[in-house]
Ligand binder design. Structure first.
Ligand code: NAD
Length: 470
């Protein structure tokens, strides 16, 4: 396990990229530091009547754009350094994918499995209360979202608490994203990060020069993939990758891993785990008790989508994947990253690859501020305009289309269509940007450094436009 802290690792990546820019030291250190760090403790009355102290954090890393934005995680390893690191990653991530937010992150040090639903609700609502009290939440201030251990349910508790405490705030629903659709959420948010991982991996596999260098064929089809984590990011990423033609050969979860070199049916595996509570005994697979060992099995693409620090200098030499697609935040230590780069492994960095969640969160926030569902105003208009066009073409060509063909061609865009297309456009564009930087910027060793260069340049531009720095 690496000895340097997670925040130091993020800063090490930052420094490597900063050396390739010509911004002043003062500006660079201004960008790097965390603007506000809020550590709170509050009591929880447990269901059995006992009292426990809960430690929680919210960190706003950069106010160069506001509001700030970032998920809230529930995990027993949460600490201040981790939340600071993740908040910093959020600032860079938002800049890389051109989402106009500063970065933030929240964390509550609990193992959610040790608490009842009622206890989790009390913890989430009290945490929100503390954030409101210190002005660390609001549609124009700081907008949380789901992360490890949290989901739509926790987000709706946060929105509800915020609305109760800030009555009359017209845009109150925009205080948090990742909400259920019925409570101001947006269609496509739940699977957004996994879908974004898919778009990023697909884009990387579509570059002929890069695939030739790795000794791989162009395209996702037939590529063997190992996924770590079957949670929000991992389960959706693996389904989209499988649908895109990849073969999921192994899945590693907390209780162990399963392997089948001919491919696992991911949907069936998810159903099996939901039903039995474990990936073990999945028909047609070999069970591996030490889950981490599965990361070293033969494959083309490894998708760590669970926790940080999973690929370290200890196991990096044994990783066989030619592409590491970082679905999780910080899954590869900076030393392991260097070792992989030396071996020519293509690492698609977390700062870019798992940005799908924040991209669609941005769309959700826009929806909350505009108070209208995407597609509501134009969908029917588009449909009748396309139908008119098709009818004109039919009368010119004297050919008739079936109603099924007409319906497929004359489809107005729904909210989900718009979200998917906006996400795809963003992920494709950002991949091309960072790849271009890697190739154009002298001495840029890898995509991670290129993604940081992209973020640093954009944040620096923001400060210079404010007139703070020349
Ligand atoms: P999640 O809680 O939904 O899923 C995490 C999964 O990892 C769970 O299934 C858990 O059982 C599994 N896991 C835990 N320990 C493990 C271990 N030792 N080995 C293998 N699997 C293990 O969390 P998530 O939202 O999918 O987040 C996963 C990662 O992705 C985190 O690093 C998070 O910061 C990052 N991320 C999430 C989002 C999002 O939108 N949810 C966005 C960006 C980044």
């Amino acid at each position: 396990m690496s000895q340097i802290s997670f925040f130091d690792q993020v800063n090490r990546n930052f420094d490597r990229a900063a050396a390739l820019t010509d911004h002043s030291e003062t500006l660079l250190s201004l960008i790097k530091q965390c603007n506000s760090v809020y550590h709170m403790t509050f009591p929880l009355k447990r269901d059995d009547g006992s009292i426990e102290s809960i430690h929680a954090w919210r960190v706003e890393h950069s106010h160069h754009k506001q509001p700030t934005k970032g998920g809230i995680r529930f995990a027993d390893a949460v600490n201040e350094d981790e939340v600071m690191a993740l908040a910093a990653l959020m600032s860079y991530k938002c800049a890389i994918v051109d989402v106009p937010f500063g970065g933030a992150k929240g964390g509550i040090r609990i193992n959610r499995h040790n608490y009842s639903d009622r206890e989790l609700e009390r913890i989430t609502r009290r945490y929100t209360f503390e954030l409101v009290k210190k002005n660390f939440i609001g549609p124009g201030v700081d907008v949380p979202a789901p992360d490890f251990g949290t989901g739509p349910r926790e987000m709706s508790w946060i929105a509800d608490t915020y609305m109760a405490m800030v009555p009359g705030e017209l845009n109150a629903l925009g205080c948090v994203t990742g909400k259920p659709v019925a409570q101001g959420g947006i269609r496509g948010r739940t699977e957004a990060t996994g879908r974004g991982v898919y778009f990023g991996v697909r884009e990387a596999c579509d570059v002929p020069e890069d695939m030739a260098r790795l000794g791989l064929t162009v395209g996702l089809s037939g590529k063997r993939v190992i996924v770590q984590g079957l949670g929000n990011v991992g389960s959706h990423a693996s389904q989209f990758l499988q649908d895109g033609g990849a073969i999921i050969v192994a899945v590693a979860e907390r209780e162990g891993a399963v392997h089948n070199p001919d491919g696992l049916d991911v949907r069936a595996l998810i159903a099996h785990r939901t039903a039995t509570g474990s990936v073990a005994n999945f028909p047609g697979s070999t069970y591996i008790a030490r889950s981490l060992d599965a990361l070293e099995l033969p494959c083309d693409i490894l998708v760590p989508a669970a926790l940080e620090n999973q690929i370290t200098e200890e196991n990096a030499p044994r990783i066989q994947a030619k592409i590491i697609a970082e679905g999780a935040n910080g899954p590869t230590t900076s030393r392991a990253s260097e070792m992989l780069a030396e071996r020519g492994v293509l690492v698609i960095p977390d700062s870019y690859l798992n940005a799908g969640g924040v991209v669609v969160s941005y769309f959700e926030w826009l929806k909350n501020l505009s108070h209208v569902r995407f597609g509501r105003m134009e969908r029917r208009f588009e449909e009748s305009a396309y139908r008119g066009l098709l009818q004109a073409m039919e009368s010119m060509t004297e050919k008739r289309l079936s109603e099924v063909e007409i319906r497929a061609l004359a489809k107005g865009a729904s909210e989900e269509d718009i979200v998917q297309s906006g996400l795809e456009d963003t992920m494709v564009d950002a991949y091309r940007q960072i790849r271009r930087i890697q190739h154009e910027r002298k001495d840029c060793p890898d995509l991670r450094t290129a993604s940081f260069v992209s973020a640093i340049d954009k944040i620096a531009l923001c400060y210079s436009e404010l007139g703070i720095f020349p």
